[in-house]
Every structure is written in C-alpha cells, then in structure tokens.
Design a protein around this ligand. Structure first.
Ligand code: PRP
Length: 227
C-alpha cells in the first residue's frame, strides 16, 4: 500500500506541526534532518511528509497527490478550494486585521481608500461586507511597506505578536477574524483510505483536546497566581 502523504506548511507552522506528529508517536527524525529534501518518510508508519508553501499545500491536497495537509485558515480563506477541513489544530493562532499608520483615522475624508494585502480576496470580501468601495493592491510580502511608502492607506494582514506592526509605526484599526492551523483532507482519499485517515484524525483530535485542556489549566494557574 502506498504511503499516506501529508503536506505540511513550511515556515511558521512547520515546527508545531512536527511537534504534533511527534507527540502522537510518529518518528519525524527524517523531517528534522531534512537537509534540502522535500519529501520525508516517517520511519515507524506508512506516512510521507511533504513540505510545501501554504498555498501549494492546498493545491496538492485538492488534486489528490497529498492525502492530508496542515495549512493556516488564512490561506484557506484566501485560496478556497475543494477539500474537507476536518480539524482546527489550535496552533498557529493569529488574526486577520486592518492596520494603518499610528494616528490616522481610516474613515476621515472622502477619497477611495487603497488597501494593500497579500490576501486580496480576504480584503475584498471584508470591505464588500461593509459596503465600502476600496482599491486593493496585491503585495507579496512585508506588506507593512505599502502604507509607509505611501502606496496604500492601510493593509489587511495577519498579526501574530504585533511586533512587525509596532516596529513599523502601524497599529491595528479593526480585527477581522481569528485564524489558526487546520487539517485538510482530499475528498477521494477520505473514501479510499478511510480507515487509516479516520484513525489519524481521531489521534489528532485527541491531541487537540489535550492541548486545549493544558492551555486551560495553565490559564487557571496564571489567574490563581495573579490573585
Ligand atoms: C507575517 C505577516 C506580518 C508578520 C506578523 O509575515 O505578514 O508581516 O508575519 O507577525 P507578528 O505580528 O508576530 O510581527 P510572515 O513572517 O509570514 O512573512 P510574509 O511577509 O512573507 O508573509
């Protein structure tokens, strides 16, 4: 039987995804010592890990060359696609926000606002819901540059710690929504490899539940310590 292929998002979500699979007992030593390799075997299971950019995780899962994927809700909201989104993994938490230079009132004046974003679809649908006509310009990375350089009035971007905004003189004007890592599954794989995939999903769900309880415990301890 060919291995189950799981596409993981490189970068931001990579470490936490590997930690999750390790916590479930999967040997990810090959992934940890990947060098420049992009497809890595899990030694103690019939699983292969594929490392890809976020949007490509969706493409590979949607087209069935990977059975499962771990990808941020931000990318899912932006790219869409046809697959099952089966679990909120609870890590990679951040939010979509509208941000702009400190001290600027976004709604002052009558000109059409220009919004820079890597997430043009998310930005468009946010302003459509507000019934507000805006110009949207796509920026591939470090979108904070756009308002600083005077290209846009504001940005729509993901904010995690807020450090990038702060260090570039920008502030959150409006929070759009929370995002976090999700587990996605190819539609055909879900039928064809039902038993293996369901087993994995069950394991992952109990990991997520455990993590949730741990977080709650920690928060309760913090609260108790603060009193
Ligand atoms: C994201 C986002 C911000 C930054 C926010 O960029 O676009 O620039 O992280 O994180 P912070 O609130 O913790 O500072 P990322 O590092 O994913 O790279 P990118 O600009 O290439 O998208």
């Amino acid at each position: 039987m060919k291995p189950i292929r799981i596409a993981l998002t490189k970068g931001r979500l990579e470490e936490k995804s590997i930690e999750m699979f390790e916590a479930l007992g999967y040997d990810c030593s090959e992934v940890r010592n990947k060098g420049r390799r992009l497809i890595l075997p899990v030694k103690n299971a019939n699983i292969e890990i594929v490392l890809a950019k976020a949007a490509d995780v969706i493409t590979y899962v949607e087209n069935g060359v990977c059975d499962l994927g771990v990808v941020g809700k931000d990318t899912i909201m932006e790219a869409g696609g046809t697959f099952y989104e089966v679990a909120d993994l609870g890590f990679g938490r951040c939010k979509f926000a509208l941000a702009l230079p400190t001290g600027v009132n976004f709604y002052e004046g009558y000109h059409t606002r220009c919004i820079a974003s890597k997430y043009v679809n998310v930005a468009r649908s946010y302003f459509e819901k507000k019934n507000m006509d805006v110009d949207i310009v796509k920026i591939e990375g470090s979108v904070e540059l756009a308002p600083i350089l005077g290209l846009s009035d504001a940005i729509v971007d993901i904010v995690e710690t807020g450090t990038t905004l702060r260090e570039n003189g920008l502030v959150v004007a409006e929070e759009i929504c929370q995002v976090s890592a999700r587990l996605i599954v190819n539609i055909a794989s879900m039928k064809l490899r039902k038993t293996e995939i369901n087993e994995l999903i069950t394991q992952i769900e109990s990991f997520v539940q455990e993590q949730k309880e741990r977080r709650k415990e920690k928060e309760a301890q913090k609260e108790a310590a603060a009193q």
